[in-house]
Write a protein that binds this ligand. Structure first.
Ligand code: NAI
Length: 785
C-alpha cells in the first residue's frame, strides 16, 4: 500500500505572517519596536527556499533598550506574589495550547522539521514546560526559602528546537522571579515572535519578556552587556567557549548547553526491533539536528551484521518530503550552510575509511534535503566518530565487552546523552553508571520532560534545564548578592623568586612538605615561602609548589577515583572519623593557628571546623537524588554524581575553617581534589596531614600543594584532567579561574570576590556547596509497561 500525501494547511500561519505585513521588529517593553539601525534580514522556508518574512537585525542599541526594559520591569515582577507570577505562567501554557497548531505550522515552515514532530513533540513539550514551571512559581518561597532571583537574564537559543528552547529558557527564569532578554537563532525567529504575541495577549507586564532578533553579533552584544546578571546559552561548543571567555571578566552567572556525540549502545541481548525504532527517533528525528542525537551506534560484535541489515531495511522505508506533509519522516535541513557542513563531514568520514550507505528514497527536487545515511566501519578516531555532524548521519562501530563499550562511549570530549539497549537490567544499569553523560536512556531514546533535568558533562556544558536543578540556574543564595567585596589580596606576587629564596632566613621553627598520593612529598622546585605571624615574626616555611608538583597531584587524584565508588555510608564514616581526630588534637592545632589569627579566632575555627566536618559527614549519605515521574511509562532516576577531580583554592580569611568548608563538601560527594591552602597560613596543612593519614581516606583523594595561589591556579586551570575549579580568593582570582579554564570548559565555582562569613552556617555550609560538588545524571528506565 502506498502513502498519499497528507499536507497540513498553512493558511493560518500565512495569514498570521500577512497580518504582520511579513515584517517584524523586536519585542521590547511589551511593544513592537523597529530595529534602531533599520536593518532587516530574511527568514525563509528551507524546504522551498521561499521567503517567509523580514526580521529585525538587533544592534547593540536594541539590546541595550531591551536590557533596560528588563531591568525596569524587575522590581514590579518581583513584587508580585508567587501566586500571581504562577498565574502568568499558567496563562502562557494555556495560550500555547490554544494556538498549538499555529505554532506547529510556523515552526515547521521556518525550520523544516516534519509537522508530525512539531505538532506531537515540540509544542506539547512547550506547554508542559510552562505548566510545570507555573507550579514552581507558586511553590518557590516554601521550597527555596533562602534563594533569590539572579535578576536580568540574557538567553541565546539555537535553531533546532526554536520554541522548545525558548520555553526551556523563559519558563524557569520567570518562575524564579527574573526578567529576560531572549535572542532566537537567525534561521528560526518566527515562533519566538509569535510567542511575544501571546505575552501581549495575556497581559504579561511590559519588559518581563523581551525578544531581540538577529545573528551572532546580536548575541555577542547581549553577552557583553554590563547590566545582565546571567547568560543562558544553547548552541555550539565553539560559541559556548567564546561566551565563557567573554563573561570571565564579569560576575555574570553562566549556563551552557552545548554539543554532543552521544553513544547509542546495543548489547547482543537487546530487543533489536525496538532498537531499530529507537534509532529512527535517535538519529533521524529532526533530521539528526539534535544535540543529544544518538549519532554513534556502538554494537556488540555478535549482532552487528544482523542489526545493520535491519537498519538498512528500515531506512529504506523512511519518507522524505515536504515537512508540512503529515506522512513524512525526514524534513528539510535548516540552512544551506548546515547542509554543506553535513556533506563535508560525510565526505571526510568516507575518506577516512567509512563505508557509506544511503537508501534509494526520493528526495524533493527543491529545498535543502539530505538522505538518511549510515556510515559503518567507522574508526573511533575518525572525524565522524568525534565531531558533531548535526545531520541524519549515523556512525556505526563495534565492541566486544561491556567494558569496551564504556570505553568507546566515553571516548569523546562531549557528555550530553547516551542510550543503552539490553534486556538485562543489570548490564544496562551497570553501564549507565559508568557513562559520563548527563542523560542515559535505558531501552528508550530522546525522551524529554520538564521535571527531568537535561544538560551535559565535560565539553557538553554545565547547568541543567528542567527539574529542581534547572531552577537553581536562575537563583542564588539570598545573602550572596549583597555580600561585601573582599579586599584585593596583596600577599602574593605569583612569581617564583629569581634565586633560591630565604637561604639566609632566620632559624626555621617549622617546615612542612607537600601531600601527594597519601604521602608527604618533597617539592620539585626547591623554593620555599616564608609564613609570618600576626606580628611579622617567622612561623616557618612551606614549599612553593610548581607545575610538576601539580601534575603529580592531579595524577594522584585521578588514580584515587575509587573514592567515588565508595558508598555514601563509607564516605560518611571517613569524615566522621576525621572530625573525631581533629577534636582530639584540637588544642594543639588551635595553639599553632593562634599565631596567625589570634587565640579567639583560632579556637572558634577549630570548634566550627569540627562541627563542619560532622555536617558534611551527615550530608554524605543524605544529599541524594530523586525519582521523577514524567508523563510517560518511564521513571527518570536523578543521581547526584561527583564531578571528578576538583582543584580548590582556599579562602585566606579563615585558614582552617575556610579549608574545611570547601574541601569537605567536595570529598563528601565522592570527588577527589588538589587543594591549594590559603597563603595567609598554609602551615595549617601540616596539622591536617596526620588527620588525613589516620582517617582511612584513600591516598590521593586529597592532595595538598602549597605555594602562590595565583601561580598554581593558572597551572590547575589549564590542566585538562582537572574537571572543576573552586576559587575563593579576591575578585582577581575569581576572574582568573574563569578566564584561564575555558580550554576544556571546566565548571567554576567562585565567591566572585565577595566575603563569605565562614562561621555562619547559612553562608559557609550546605546545599549551595553540595550542588556545586555534584552534577545530575538522569537515567530513564521503562517502568510499569
Ligand atoms: P551557533 O552556536 O553559532 O548558534 C547558536 C546561537 O548562538 C544562535 O542564536 C546564534 O545567533 C548565537 N551566536 C552565534 N555566535 C555568537 C556569539 N559570538 N555570541 C553570542 N551568541 C552567538 O550554532 P550554529 O552556527 O547555528 O550551528 C553550528 C553547529 O553548532 C551545528 O552544526 C551544530 O553542530 C552545533 N549546534 C549545536 C546545538 C545544540 O543544541 N547543542 C544547536 C545548534 C547548533
Amino acid at each position: 500500500m502506498e502513502y498519499g500525501p497528507a499536507p497540513e494547511d498553512p493558511k493560518e500561519a500565512l495569514s498570521w505572517l500577512d497580518r504582520h505585513n511579513r515584517r517584524f521588529g523586536h519585542f521590547i517593553n511589551g511593544a513592537w519596536a523597529e530595529p534602531s539601525a533599520k536593518q532587516y534580514f530574511d527568514t525563509s522556508d528551507p524546504s522551498t527556499g521561499d521567503k517567509l518574512a523580514s526580521v529585525g537585525q538587533g544592534s547593540a542599541a536594541d539590546i541595550d533598550a531591551a536590557v533596560k526594559a528588563a531591568r525596569a520591569a524587575l522590581p514590579g515582577w518581583q513584587a508580585l506574589s508567587p501566586h500571581s507570577r504562577s498565574r502568568y505562567l499558567y496563562a502562557l501554557a494555556r495560550q500555547v495550547q490554544k494556538h498549538s497548531r499555529l505554532f506547529a505550522v510556523l515552526e515547521t515552515m521556518d525550520n523544516g522539521k516534519p509537522i508530525r514532530e512539531s505538532r506531537d513533540i515540540d509544542i506539547p513539550l512547550v506547554a508542559r514546560h510552562f505548566y510545570y514551571h507555573a507550579g514552581w512559581a507558586q511553590l518557590l518561597p516554601q521550597e527555596f526559602p533562602d534563594y533569590s532571583a539572579c535578576g536580568v537574564i540574557g538567553q541565546i537559543i539555537p535553531w533546532n528546537f526554536p520554541l522548545l528552547m525558548l520555553a526551556w529558557k523563559i519558563a524557569p527564569a520567570l518562575a524564579t522571579g527574573n526578567t529576560v532578554v531572549l535572542k532566537p537563532a537567525e534561521f528560526t525567529p518566527l515562533t519566538a515572535l509569535a510567542f511575544a504575541g501571546i505575552c501581549q495577549e495575556i497581559g504579561l507586564p511590559a519588559g518581563v519578556v523581551n525578544i531581540v532578533t538577529g545573528d551572532g553579533a546580536t548575541g555577542e552584544a547581549l553577552v557583553k552587556h554590563s547590566d545582565v546578571d546571567k547568560i543562558a546559552f544553547t548552541g555550539s561548543t565553539e560559541v559556548g567557549r567564546a561566551i565563557r571567555n567573554a563573561t570571565a571578566q564579569s560576575h555574570k552567572k553562566l549556563s551552557l548547553e552545548l554539543g554532543g556525540k552521544s553513544p547509542f549502545i546495543v548489547f547482543e541481548d537487546a530487543d533489536l526491533d525496538s532498537v531499530v525504532e529507537g534509532l529512527v527517533d535517535g538519529i533521524w528525528f529532526n533530521q539528526g539536528q539534535v544535540c543529544c542525537a544518538g549519532s554513534r551506534l556502538l554494537m556488540q560484535e555478535s549482532i552487528a551484521e544482523p542489526l545493520l541489515m535491519r537498519i538498512r531495511d528500515r531506512m529504506s522505508t523512511l519518507r522524505a518530503g515536504s515537512p508540512l506533509d503529515k506522512a513524512i519522516d525526514i524534513g528539510a535541513i535548516v540552512a544551506r550552510v548546515q547542509l554543506d557542513r553535513i556533506q563535508r563531514l560525510v565526505n571526510q568520514g568516507i575518506a577516512e575509511g567509512a563505508t557509506c550507505w544511503q537508501p534509494q528514497i526520493e528526495l524533493p527536487s527543491r529545498g535543502l534535503f539530505f538522505p538518511p545515511t549510515l556510515l559503518s566501519n567507522v574508526h573511533p578516531t575518525s572525524i565522524v566518530a568525534q565531531q558533531e555532524i548535526f545531520g541524519p548521519v549515523l556512525a556505526a562501530m563495534t565492541f566486544r565487552t561491556p567494558q569496551e563499550a564504556v570505553e568507546l562511549a566515553n571516548n569523546t570530549v562531549y557528555g550530553l546523552a547516551s542510550c543503552v539497549w539490553s534486556e538485562n537490567l543489570n548490564v544496562a544499569l551497570h553501564v549507565a553508571a559508568q557513562i559520563k553523560a548527563g542523560v542515559v536512556w535505558v531501552n528508550c531514546t530522546n525522551l524529554f520532560d520538564a521535571a527531568c533535568g537535561f544538560g551535559g558533562y565535560r565539553e557538553s556544558g554545565y547547568g541543567r534545564e528542567g527539574g529542581r536543578e534547572g531552577l537553581l540556574e536562575y537563583l542564588e543564595p539570598a545573602w550572596f548578592k549583597n555580600a561585601p567585596a573582599l579586599p584585593a589580596s596583596t600577599a602574593s606576587t605569583g612569581e617564583l623568586p629569581e634565586e633560591e629564596s630565604d637561604t639566609a632566613a632566620p632559624a626555621i621553627d617549622r617546615t612542612i612538605k607537600l601531600y601527594i598520593g597519601g604521602k608527604q612529598a618533597r617539592p620539585d622546585s626547591g623554593y620555599s615561602m616564608q609564613v609570618r605571624g600576626r606580628d611579622g615574626e617567622s612561623l616557618g616555611e612551606v614549599p612553593l609548589g610548581n607545575r610538576k608538583d601539580i601534575r603529580n597531584a592531579v595524577e594522584a587524584a585521578r588514580k584515587a577515583s575509587g573514592w567515588a565508588k565508595a558508598s555514601a555510608h563509607n564516605r560518611a564514616q571517613v569524615l566522621y572519623y576525621m572530625a573525631e581526630n581533629l577534636s582530639q588534637r584540637g588544642d594543639e592545632v588551635g595553639r599553632r593557628l593562634a599565631q596567625a589569627v589570634g587565640e579567639p579566632q583560632a579556637k572558634a575555627e577549630v570548634n566550627a571546623g569540627i562541627e563542619r566536618i560532622f555536617s558534611y559527614a551527615a550530608w554524605a549519605d543524605k544529599f541524594d537524588g530523586a525519582v521523577h515521574n514524567p508523563p510517560f511509562r518511564n521513571i527518570a532516576i536523578a543521581m547526584n554524581e561527583p564531578i571528578g577531580t576538583v582543584a580548590i583554592l582556599c579562602p585566606r580569611e579563615a585558614p582552617l575553617l575556610g579549608l574545611i568548608s570547601v574541601v569537605m563538601p567536595v570529598l563528601a560527594m565522592g570527588n577527589t581534589t588538589v587543594v591549594v591552602p590559603s597563603e595567609m597560613y598554609p602551615l595549617i596543612t601540616g596539622d591536617l596531614y596526620q588527620l588525613l593519614d589516620t582517617s582511612d581516606l584513600p591516598g590521593g583523594a586529597v592532595n595538598i600543594v602549597t605555594g602562590y595561589q595565583s601561580q598554581l591556579l593558572k597551572i590547575l586551570a589549564e590542566h585538562d584532567d582537572v574537571d572543576a575549579i573552586w576559587s575563593f580568593g579576591d575578585e582577581a582570582s575569581a576572574t582568573a579561574a574563569k578566564a584561564l579554564s575555558t580550554g576544556n570548559l571546566k565548571q567554576v565555582f567562585t565567591n566572585e570576590g565577595r566575603a563569605i562569613d565562614w562561621f555562619d552556617v547559612k553562608q559557609g555550609e550546605g546545599r549551595w556547596f553540595l550542588e556545586h560538588a555534584t552534577q545530575v545524571k538522569n537515567i530513564w528506565v521503562p517502568y510499569g509497561e
